[in-house]
Design a protein around this ligand. Sequence first.
Ligand SMILES: *[C@@H]1O[C@H](CO)[C@@H](O)[C@H](O)[C@H]1NC(C)=O
Ligand SMILES: *[C@@H]1O[C@H](CO)[C@@H](O)[C@H](O)[C@H]1NC(C)=O
Ligand SMILES: *[C@@H]1O[C@H](CO)[C@@H](O)[C@H](O)[C@H]1NC(C)=O
Ligand SMILES: *[C@@H]1O[C@H](CO)[C@@H](O)[C@H](O)[C@H]1NC(C)=O
Ligand SMILES: [Zn+2]
Length: 324
Amino acid sequence: MVFSVATLGLLLLPGFCLGEDFGYDGNHGPSHWGEEYHACIGKHQSPINIEEHNVKNVSLPPLKLFGIDNPSLSFVANNGHTVMLKINESKAAMLSGGPLENDVYVFEQLHFHWGENDYEGSEDLINNHSFPMEMHAVFYKEDYKSINEALNHPDGLAILAYLYEVSPNPNPMYEPIVQVLPEIETVGNEKALREPLLLGRLFVPDTATMQDYFTYNGSLTTPPCLEVAIWIDFKDHQRLSHEQLAAFRDLRTQEGNKLTHNFRPVQPLEDRIVLHNIPREQNTPKNIPRTYHRFDEHSGQRDVKVPFSIIALGVLFAILLFAI
Ligand SMILES: *[C@@H]1O[C@H](CO)[C@@H](O)[C@H](O)[C@H]1NC(C)=O
Ligand SMILES: *[C@@H]1O[C@H](CO)[C@@H](O)[C@H](O)[C@H]1NC(C)=O
Ligand SMILES: *[C@@H]1O[C@H](CO)[C@@H](O)[C@H](O)[C@H]1NC(C)=O
Ligand SMILES: *[C@@H]1O[C@H](CO)[C@@H](O)[C@H](O)[C@H]1NC(C)=O
Ligand SMILES: [Zn+2]
């Protein structure tokens, strides 16, 4: 375990030169990860197939992001398994609310998973459907002070997952990242984005759909597969053009091959429950302005339905009053 954690720490450092420790094909492929990394054969692994008819609807307190409004100097690196983006900021972006309740999670890095063509590439599936790409924004629990310490705890990480679909037009939000990909084709290369990244626009592309997500407890989707992540998968899809998606497939692995795909197959759900957060706003009449609920709301509590008989009694009472 100590060794695995140390290994992950190194993987997360951009520019670190990796040995051929895991891959997505053959002897180093996902079906062999468990031989060296025992957590990979655990019972709460990620990714999973989310069956929409098999989720539990809940209304959690609002998910909140802080410190995402300032443009951030960002670096992207090819670590041989993915494109990883980090921010050079003293004041980190933070996440709280939703399934995290009042715990605060600090942004560490984001990275992507993709496939050989536009029909597969996401890690989580929805109703068995695969998407061409998935972005993971990884946050660690502030109480644990560092990502390495957070990896020792079952609630150590919170990961925001974004799914993509193909669209005819390029998505301008992702152009700063796509443009530097040719410069980080080789493993270990790192580049600063030419313009500061607007994390807010990346993390919250649409405030209207932000509270509509699935959440479940799972693992890292790469070795050492530690079961330390609270996953939050947004239902809304982001759009990228075919050319933007294709740019990711030109990156190289440590062996110099094209990194055409880097998604792990889905793992058994076992005894887990997937929650579907239904935004509270949907339960309120349309003309009432959207308000943000406070943190101290009871998590997961459903709205209390007023029995019909009480309403009827109220109406009757009002009529009587009116008659008088
Ligand atoms: C959960 O909510 C969705 C709408 O978002 C609805 O279609 C579905 O029927 C609900 N499921 C249950 C069990 O209430
Ligand atoms: C990150 O920012 C600090 C100051 O905010 C600066 O001193 C440092 O050089 C930056 N790092 C890189 C790699 O540019
Ligand atoms: C997904 O695939 C599994 C196994 O083939 C099947 O049992 C399940 O019904 C499928 N789900 C949907 C929503 O089609
Ligand atoms: C995830 O694990 C925590 C801690 O064990 C638990 O409180 C929470 O209900 C779990 N979440 C889900 C969606 O099962
Ligand atoms: Zn990932």
